[in-house]
Design a protein around this ligand. Structure first.
Ligand code: MN
Length: 197
């Protein structure tokens, strides 16, 4: 969700008529608190004859039914496996790179394309929170320097409270009682590191 909402913001800034479509139910990592932010998306596509940009997904098996492959014009993903598949079809518009979170790729597009650099507070909050969620607060082995750098640079736009990350994982822990306390301890430990970044 974070990638789709933020990238739509970037495209709108560039004058592209864009809509964020998130079919199905929202991911469990989206807490009640996040749902109260001004989230601009629809569940069904409102445009006819639309072109599609896929974010955080590149495996054609998992597309929504309404997306026809020939209408896909750009793909962002941080998981490998389909780089060549998309390169053959859309060339450099296939942005599949191994980073911890797809949000990092989206933020880097802002840095490249938005001059002077700006992003709404909501999009910055979504990208930041999804980054810490996906990388287990930079603790997961998939984490790269690019994720940490992106998160740091988003800070001046997100204005999240200092203890946001801790509170976010607390809430997640409450709604996911299955998370092992050991794993949570790890998260907390790294949270201390995060504050120092
Ligand atoms: Mn992902």
């Amino acid at each position: 969700m974070a990638c789709a909402i933020a990238y739509a913001e970037l495209l709108k800034k560039e004058g592209v008529d864009t809509e964020t479509v998130l079919p199905g139910s929202l991911n469990k990592s989206i807490t009640e608190k996040i749902k109260k932010w001004k989230l601009n998306f629809s569940i069904n596509p409102g445009f006819k004859n639309a072109k599609y940009i896929l974010v955080d997904i590149s495996d054609p098996k998992f597309f929504a039914d309404f997306v026809k492959e020939k209408d896909v014009i750009e793909v962002f993903d941080h998981r490998t496996g389909f780089e060549n598949y998309w390169k053959e079809r859309i060339g450099s518009k296939a942005k599949i790179e191994t980073v911890g979170s797809c949000t990092t790729l989206i933020w880097e597009e802002f840095e490249k394309r938005v001059k002077p650099l700006k992003i709404t507070e909501t999009s910055a909050r979504l990208l930041s929170t999804a980054t810490v969620s996906n990388t287990l607060n930079f603790n997961a082995s998939v984490t790269t320097k690019r994720d940490i750098r992106a998160y740091k640079n988003l800070k001046s736009f997100s204005h999240l409270p200092e203890n946001w990350v801790e509170r976010y994982f607390e809430t997640k822990k409450k709604s996911h009682p299955k998370i092992q306390s050991k794993q949570f301890f790890k998260i907390q430990k790294v949270w201390v590191r995060e504050v120092l970044i």
